[in-house]
Design a protein around this ligand. Structure first.
Ligand code: GDP
Length: 465
């Protein structure tokens, strides 16, 4: 889809779009960018104010002169603007008809309605930001949670792209030395020394790549929303709890053991965090289960395996059972909350405590899904645990394509390392693997990019950004 007509062609047209979302609001912002931005805006506003100074103007129909709206005009001259081009911002009243009339007037004044992401694409093409920063902008706009916002800001500020670029430069440097034959200068120098040094260098580079992958991976997981699995024996009250926590009726609540046979996914918001609650099939010993229930239990285990936190639900006073215990302890670093439900029956007060589970101390909460007692503590525990889990690694907002590029680079570097360890001087092959790794890293920052890639990236943005 070659909708970015200006790329690679001589003439650059001037684009405009509403930067504020459709609907009603106090103010609507419309932006123009391009070589004709000043002239086009001037046809509505008359003389533009000095750079970066807000002034009130009438916004007039360029044909008839009718005053369409009255508002603020701002001029950001090239090259120190968001796009690197002349940018003019009109701030009018935030009504749908106002915005429509202004957009129509700008079109008649010679502008073209921007495609999704076209402002940011221009910023990239004009060297105002690298690709990872541009994608960070999209992530920032999509961020729902505090943790996702922080990860996106790190990418927008360039931390991700910079580290990737540094590693790419280090790879290029290492390759240049290899190709110049500096590692194996002549017959006198023992080849083993050169090879050992190469192997060491490759190990160090792989370590750096590993850290980048970990942070990008964490950022990607954040953008997907963290997953919380509700697990426990049948009738413990998992479905009721899910309903109480999400205040909806998505799960079937029934008193017959084994009713919840499939995994029900429900997204809940806890303090801005998107949580996916997995109401999983009850976990009874396999021998007691019917076939369909066994299938449910299998899916439950698979779902819980990938969850970022576990809520292990039991009836107050009941033992969780070995199956649930094992699941809870399968990943020791993952937060587990043992929920003791139905305290309305015993009259026990709600609250948090600590209990051993399979030899490991875990937080336990006394709650009632029916009365809602203790659920606030569950929400608070979830919020704290998930933020700690996501924030610990200082993640960078990243997309699937970044993770793929990093995985490819890792594979190429691994291959280089194997060749270097083979004890033969396979400089050409090592250099080739380094070049491949370097190229894949270049795709992240946009040092290496294609029209196709840019179209795919920017068409996923919203219009006006
Ligand atoms: P699941 O099989 O773990 O999903 O359990 P359900 O949510 O279907 O609940 C099983 C039974 O326990 C139902 O009859 C619920 O009404 C009941 N139940 C769930 N939570 C509570 C609670 O907090 N107090 C009481 N008294 N009963 C509950």
């Amino acid at each position: 889809m070659a909708h970015h007509a200006q790329r690679g062609e001589g003439r650059v047209d001037s684009i405009f779009a509403a930067a504020t979302p459709p609907g009603r609001g106090g103010v609507a912002v419309i932006r123009l960018s391009g070589p004709e931005a000043r002239a086009i805006a001037g046809r509505l506003t008359g003389a533009l104010p000095p750079p970066r100074q807000a002034q009130l103007r009438a916004f007039r129909d360029p044909a008839g002169g009718e005053v369409l709206d009255r508002g603020i005009v701002l001029l950001f001259p090239a090259p120190a603007s968001y796009t690197g081009e002349d940018v003019v911002e009109l701030q009018g009243h935030g009504g749908p008809a106002v915005v429509r009339s202004l957009l129509d007037a700008l079109r008649r004044a010679g502008g073209r309605l921007a495609q999704p992401g076209e402002f940011t694409e221009r910023a990239f093409l004009n060297g105002r930001m690298d690709l990872s920063q541009a994608e960070g902008v999209a992530a920032l706009i999509e961020a729902d949670s505090e943790a996702a916002r922080r990860a996106a800001m790190r990418s927008v500020e360039g931390a991700f792209g910079q580290r990737v670029a540094e590693l790419g430069a280090a790879l290029a440097d290492r390759r240049a030395r290899l190709e110049a034959g500096l590692d194996f200068p002549d017959e006198e120098e023992p080849a083993e020394a050169g090879q050992a040094a190469l192997a060491d260098d490759l190990d160090r580079l792989r370590e750096q790549l590993g850290e980048i992958r970990a942070r990008a991976g964490a950022g990607w997981r954040l953008s997907q929303g963290q997953r919380v699995a509700l697990v426990g024996p049948p009738n413990a009250g998992k479905s009721s709890l899910l309903n109480a926590l999400t205040e909806s009726e998505a799960a079937i609540v029934a008193a017959t053991p084994g009713t919840t046979r499939d995994v029900i996914r429900e997204t809940a918001r806890v303090a801005g965090q998107a949580l996916e609650l997995l109401d999983t099939a009850g976990l009874r010993p396999a021998a007691e289960q019917e076939e369909v229930e066994r299938e449910g239990a299998r899916r439950a285990r698979a779902s819980a395996e990938g969850a970022d936190a576990l809520l292990l639900v039991v009836e107050e006073g009941a033992a969780p059972g070995p199956e649930a215990e094992e699941m809870a302890l399968s990943r020791p670093e993952r937060p587990v909350l043992l929920i003791r439900n139905k305290i309305d029956r015993s009259g026990r007060p709600p609250g948090l405590g600590e209990e051993p589970l399979g030899g490991r101390p875990v937080t336990a909460a006394a709650v009632s899904a029916h009365t809602g007692a203790g659920l606030e503590a569950v929400r608070e525990w979830l919020e704290a645990s998930l933020q700690a889990a996501a924030g610990a690694e200082e993640p960078w907002a990243a997309r699937e394509r970044h993770l793929e590029a990093l995985a490819d680079a890792e594979q190429a570097l691994g291959e280089a390392r194997r060749l270097a360890g083979d004890g033969e001087a396979l400089e050409d092959l090592v250099a080739d693997a380094l070049r491949r790794a370097q190229q894949r890293l270049g795709a992240i920052t946009g040092a290496v990019s294609s029209e196709d890639l840019l179209d795919r990236i920017f068409s996923s943005f919203c219009i006006g950004k």
